[in-house]
Design a protein around this ligand. Structure first.
Ligand SMILES: [Mn+2]
Length: 491
């Protein structure tokens, strides 16, 4: 925010500020408002904002061209969102359902995090990265179903001082908001001014545990629009991985080369989507053994593997979640190749069984059968794979403590509030989308690990959609085999 202009005409000298304040009380029609008072969305700050004299207020409120209401074409997601609302309506007859988009969150003092609408709100409205903070979807019971209205703070006119005087929401500060008519056409949904939204004691709010669970479960099977978004999110992420590979030389030259990877991927995410779907993991060398390494302040050194776990979140908010582990200098060492190919074998074993009707947990079991066999063969644990895989043993999990799969969609860990029997212990259906992401992590100080493997961490993560007869690996185009990865890095 270093380029932010001063929000007062008289803040540079304290004498002027006093004079302005005097002018404000004696000569303006209404008492002067500070910027903070205009909406109450910001903490008071005596050093910012000041009254404006009447001559200024009168002058700035006039001389603006008429604005025509924009009528954008209805967005592609609108009919899908309508179908989702119908399903929710059927599940809660007679209930007034209220789903807020959420508010801006303070990062520090008077600066906020970038806004990101609540996932259920976006799923039910089709309003995604362009959602207005504070918006609320209301599904009012009516007849056999519900009537839906989307409330938000619409574009302000030039008849108030908001447009120039309010740093939090004013048009001169953050840009114009859409009109009620514009959003209504765009989303094919009735709209209303947030000022007219009234909550009642009987409202069923989307943070209600039971409703949140229902919404999570309704999102387990993706519709046609969502599957297309997932395909596009993976494509954008694939471009991001290509960008990263092209910048590995620079990563090796910088002291904190992992940040080069993070930054390059972030650039692609902002170019092709809205953001990253989660904090990028750029983990070089033994950092790869730290599952959620997002500090990313390490060097990227020739001879090491670097693990990159990253996903582009599109403007629709659907995100990919992909991991590749590549040798920094383009060639796997023998030890790195052995570890990596074990992980690849586990991933392929898991992927090969995916089809409607199998249990979600079967995917994990298929991957673990390979991991346990490798751990046994390499002699890390003195037991055969069958012994290790017994639910009372599981010693091989020392080297992969995370799960193999999670649902993926508008959230990176999608549908997290679904019941265990429908998710973890559930059965696959056509249209489900999830990751397959086995890994092996040999901590540098793990004395059970042969020295040649110590400090090697590898994970391979793909995004999978279940089809009528099997599965499609959406991220199959991003190199996975040792040969393909080495060719990719040699480009
Ligand atoms: Mn994942």
């Amino acid at each position: 925010m270093s380029n932010e202009p001063q929000d007062t005409i008289a803040s540079d000298e304290s004498v002027d500020t006093i004079e302005t304040a005097e002018l404000a009380t004696s000569e303006t029609a209404a008492p002067a408002e500070t910027a903070e008072q205009a909406t109450g969305l910001r903490p008071a700050n005596a050093n910012r904002g000041a009254g404006w004299p009447a001559s200024f207020s009168n002058y700035i409120s006039q001389g603006w061209a008429e604005r025509a209401d924009a009528h954008p074409p209805q967005r592609a997601q609108a009919p899908y969102a309508a179908a989702r609302r119908r399903r929710l309506s059927e599940a809660y007859p007679g209930k007034r359902i209220v789903v807020p988009a959420g508010e801006l969150k303070v990062r520090s003092n008077d600066t906020d995090y970038p806004f990101r609408a609540d996932s259920a709100f976006s799923w039910l409205t089709g309003w995604a990265s362009d959602s207005e903070p504070g918006a609320v979807l209301v599904m009012e019971p009516s007849g056999d179903g519900h009537v839906s209205t989307l409330y938000f703070r619409p574009a302000a006119g030039r008849d108030t001082d908001e447009f120039y005087a309010d740093p939090a929401i004013g048009e001169f500060w953050i840009g114009a908001r859409p009109t009620l008519g514009e959003v209504s056409t765009d989303l094919d949904l009735a709209t209303g001014d947030l000022e007219d939204f009234v909550s009642t004691e009987d409202d069923l709010l989307s943070d209600d545990a039971e409703l949140a669970q229902t919404l999570s479960e309704m999102r387990l099977v993706k519709d046609e629009y969502e599957i297309e978004q997932m395909r596009l999110a993976v494509e954008a992420t694939s471009r991001g991985f290509d960008d990263v590979v092209a910048q590995l030389d620079r990563a090796q030259r910088e002291r904190r080369g992992e940040r080069v990877i993070e930054g390059v991927f972030h650039t692609r995410a902002r170019l092709d989507g809205y953001a990253v779907g989660y904090e990028t993991i750029a983990a070089s060398g033994s950092h790869a053994c730290i599952l959620h390494w997002t500090r990313n302040d390490g060097a990227v050194l020739a001879g090491d593997l670097v693990l990159i776990d990253a996903g582009v979140e599109l403007d629709s908010l659907y995100t990919a979640d992909i991991t590749r582990t590549v040798p920094v200098d383009g060639r796997f060492t023998d030890a790195q190749r052995e570890v990596y190919e074990a992980v690849l074998e586990a991933a392929d074993a898991a992927l090969s069984i995916v089809k409607p009707g199998i249990r979600f947990l079967d995917i994990h079991d298929a991957a673990m059968a390979v991991i346990a066999r490798k751990i046994s063969e390499w002699g890390l644990v003195d037991a055969d794979a069958e012994t290790l895989l017994d639910s009372e043993d599981q010693r091989h999990r020392r080297y992969m403590v995370h799960g193999t799969s999670h649902h993926l969609g508008i959230d990176v860990h999608d549908c997290a509030k679904a019941r265990r029997e429908l998710y973890r212990e559930g059965v696959l259906e056509e249209g489900m989308v999830f990751t397959i992401e086995p890994g092996l992590y040999f901590q540098p100080d793990d004395l059970t690990v042969p020295e040649r493997y110590r400090g090697i961490g590898a994970r391979l993560e793909d995004d999978i959609v279940v089809t009528a007869t099997g599965a499609v690996n959406l991220s199959a185009g991003i190199p996975r085999t040792v040969a393909d990865i080495e060719a990719w890095l040699a480009r």
